[in-house]
Design a protein around this ligand. Structure first.
Ligand SMILES: NC(=O)c1ccc(NCc2ccccc2)nc1
Length: 246
């Protein structure tokens, strides 16, 4: 998968994508991330990328021309067709289901706005979809782009060493993740649920599933409402709730 990012801060994108799982996915050739700076495509002497808004008011708006030229250069860098995504508070909320859909695509071009955002005419002409990583405003779209790159990059086949961990992640099955425990020289096994030390893998799987169901019921009933539970899950959750209310 190839991801191009149009941003006034290409170093931030390149440096953050060089780290961890995403950096390794790039080394393994599973993913490539490229930064493109609209300022390199500004034609005036001052290399302007923004200007004052029509209608007055505070802030600046990013100019369409440098963005269009920059996007054209990014598109031309690879023959693969790209989905052009604009990160903005006005976008569709990003969910794990959306991440999975994006991760299956051959190429994404992510547009990062600064100031008050992009000229709407550019959005109408060039943007396929707007995405928001949450209901809050950042000083630029770069952190939102980095979130998309990480969420999509880690799902590339071969990016994660223990593939299962991607499946057991929160939200993969619409539920929150169960608690995790590991060896601690300090506390030993104190406070670790005995079932996890039992070696009974069926019981451990049941316990983990019950914790995921129970935590989702307690913390995110909105998510639980969207999940259709089978008979076994319903029994596990009812037992969790009974224990909780005891
Ligand atoms: N919630 C998000 O995903 C998000 C994305 C970008 C952003 N800031 C840049 C920007 C500001 C205003 C208009 C368009 C882009 N803040 C939050």
């Amino acid at each position: 998968m190839r991801i191009d990012v149009v941003t006034l801060f290409p170093d931030f994108i390149r440096d953050s994508a060089a780290l961890g799982v995403v950096g390794r996915a790039q080394e393994r050739g599973l993913l490539s991330v490229h930064g493109w700076n609209p300022r390199d495509y500004a034609t005036d002497n001052y290399r302007r990328v923004d200007d004052r808004p029509f209608g007055g008011g505070p802030g600046m708006v990013m100019l369409a021309e440098p963005l269009s030229a920059c996007l054209a250069a990014a598109r031309a860098a690879d023959p693969a067709p790209a989905r052009v995504i604009y990160l903005s508070p006005q976008g569709e909320r990003l969910t794990q289901a959306k991440v999975r859909e994006l991760a299956a695509r051959p190429r994404l071009i992510l547009l990062c706005g600064r100031y008050e955002g992009l000229d709407e005419r550019f959005i109408a002409r060039e943007v396929d979809e707007e995405l928001s990583i949450g209901d809050y405003v950042l000083s630029g779209g770069e952190l939102a782009a980095a979130v998309v790159i990480d969420a999509v990059g880690r799902l590339q086949e071969g990016a994660l060493n223990h593939a299962d961990s991607a499946v057991q992640d929160s939200f993969e099955d619409g539920l929150l993740d169960c608690p995790h425990f590991t060896r601690s020289d300090l506390a030993g096994t104190e406070g670790v649920p005995p079932v996890l030390l039992s070696g009974d893998h069926a019981a451990i799987a049941r316990w983990r599933r019950q914790q995921s169901l129970g935590r989702t019921w307690l913390r995110r009933p909105d998510l639980l409402a969207r999940v259709t539970l089978g008979k076994a899950d319903r029994a596990l959750l009812e037992a969790f709730i009974a224990q909780w209310r005891a």
